[in-house]
Write a protein that binds this ligand. Structure first.
Ligand code: ZN
Length: 517
């Protein structure tokens, strides 16, 4: 029985119905079967943007069967006759029809025939205690509750298209609900307070720090992947249907000018860093930093002195660039001039080759100098005598990861085969964890490893043990102060006083504010 709900991925994406994905971004582990077991699916995508594929539907059915639940299709075969109910296809087609329930809705009794919140909580705990198979045995097989009602305990409302169907018709849905809950990391009850957080900092020796755009915004670097803020607002004039297309590899290959019209705005300029980068460096200096997984491509961690061996740039960086045609690689600086001008940088290797081919076809038959440079056969072949198409050099693409591209191998390798075993604390800073597969990191770490979240607003799709809310520079400077650590940074005033207030109703949620700010 897998610990995670496994959805395999198709060639370059994602496979879950939009409704499910939009609700559960951090709970799915993506596997790429061709790469063998135990590898994170590493193609980058914004969670919630693709359709379920047949392959995944079969997997869901298998999952249901293995739990002793009956897949929907068997109900159809057994004569359950309903035009609307077309088995698994419905789950992918009926986007709006399956409704996910928030705990507040369950608490307020807004769903007829649903579990109470107390019952729901008890069922969830029980599932985590005994596992999926035993849980199904205890409930559905012993008929202590209907599948239809049990779905509500896990936040799935009975869909209208199943109304009037036999209870078995809800089994597949329940399998999804259980897997969804089971892959959710339960909060560790023993960690709640600021003191707990400080103690964890003191005691931990192998800390994973997962960072996002929020740690660079205080330096004026736009949060360019989030939709409603930052760079995207500058993109209206480009006439894209979705501003995210700027970072879509297919769009880039079709028209690189779109990307290069904004690339100068995200190109790292000065050697500066924020107090949060300084905090990561401090963890390194104290021998506590296992790995900083950063989603940022600004390479600012390096400016702060975080050593390259401690950083995984999950989405690549501008440090190098590669020709889309011949894969010729250069240092990032080599194209920065063109990029800053807003021009498209072209490959010099391609240019040289084209020039050489040009000379050849003019009958000059000049031999290549004997420096032994390897030539790309395909490119050479394409310019034979009958081909009048003017050969063009390839575009140099900065080695940042675009949507639809694979993440650097190092990401999954290091996380799954090294860090997962060693980590004793996870600190997530300045990211809303919306982009997979980085968003899956908290779910991959063993569940007994405490996790702290530092950002302006809490996330709802992943449960952290302690949420420290506010400006992340302020949070880390106060944490350091309380830990008795000296986090020096010109952006932190010497006399800074920080107020911490608890969030009502949450034992483990705290808001940090600079006094007088
Ligand atoms: Zn090239």
């Amino acid at each position: 029985m897998p610990d995670f709900f496994i959805l395999s991925a198709t060639e370059r994406v994602v496979s879950v119905t939009p409704w499910l994905a939009s609700q559960t971004p951090a709970k799915w582990i993506w596997y790429q079967p061709r790469k063998g077991e135990d590898s994170l699916q590493t193609s980058m995508f914004e969670v919630g943007s693709a359709d379920m594929e047949m392959e995944e539907q079969y997997r869901l059915e298998e999952e249901a069967s293995s739990l002793g639940l009956r897949p929907m299709s068997s109900d159809i075969e057994s004569g359950w006759d309903d035009d609307d109910a077309d088995g698994w296809d419905d789950l992918s087609d009926c986007d709006g029809e399956i409704q996910l329930l928030r705990d507040e809705e369950i608490r307020d009794g807004l769903v007829p025939d649903a579990c109470t919140l107390e019952e729901a909580t008890a069922y969830r705990q029980r599932l985590h205690e005994i596992g999926k198979a035993a849980f199904v045995e205890e409930t559905i097989i012993r008929e202590t509750i209907t599948a239809k009602k049990l779905c509500t305990a896990f936040g799935i409302a009975p869909p209208a298209f199943l109304e009037g169907a036999p209870d078995e018709a809800y089994h597949s849905l329940l399998a999804i609900a259980l897997s969804r809950e089971f892959s959710r990391r339960p909060k560790l009850p023993q960690y709640n307070t600021i003191d707990d957080a400080v103690r964890l900092l003191h005691e931990s020796k192998n800390i994973i720090v997962l960072t996002g755009a929020g740690i660079s915004t205080s330096l004026g670097i736009p949060d360019f992947r989030s939709k409603d803020t930052g760079l995207y607002s500058k993109l209206a004039h480009l006439g894209l249907s979705d501003p995210q297309e700027v970072f879509d590899i297919h769009v880039f290959k079709e028209d690189p000018s779109i990307f290069f019209s904004i690339a100068k705005d995200i190109l790292p300029m000065e050697k500066k860093w924020s107090p949060t980068h300084g905090f990561i460096r401090l963890l390194q200096d104290k021998g506590k930093l296992l790995t900083n997984y950063t989603q940022n491509i600004d390479n600012i961690e390096a400016n702060a002195g975080v050593s390259p061996e401690k950083i995984v740039q999950c989405h690549g960086s501008f440090a190098t660039a590669t020709c889309v045609k011949c894969q010729f690689k250069v240092a990032g600086e080599a194209i920065f001039g063109e990029v800053r001008e807003g021009n498209i940088p072209y490959c010099t290797a391609c240019k040289d080759r084209i020039a050489a081919e040009g000379l050849k076809s003019q009958g000059l038959k000049r031999k290549r100098s004997s420096n032994g440079q390897q030539k790309d056969r395909k490119v050479s072949d394409s310019s034979d005598e009958d081909d009048y198409e003017i050969p063009t050099p390839g575009v140099m693409k900065p080695d940042i990861t675009f949507f639809g591209e694979d993440l650097p191998d190092e990401f999954g390798q290091r996380l799954l085969h090294h860090d997962r075993e060693l980590a004793d604390l996870v600190i997530v800073i300045g990211t809303s964890l919306k982009v997979a597969p980085v968003a899956e990191v908290p779910g991959v770490i063993p569940r007994n490893v405490p996790q702290i979240y530092i950002s302006r607003t809490p996330v709802t799709h992943t449960e952290f043990d302690i949420d420290l809310l506010g400006d992340c520079d302020v949070v880390v400077s106060e944490l350091s102060r309380r830990a008795g650590w000296d986090l020096q940074h010109h952006m932190i005033p010497d006399d800074e006083k920080v107020d911490i207030t608890p969030v009502e109703g949450y034992e483990s949620r705290h808001v940090f504010k600079v006094v007088g700010a």
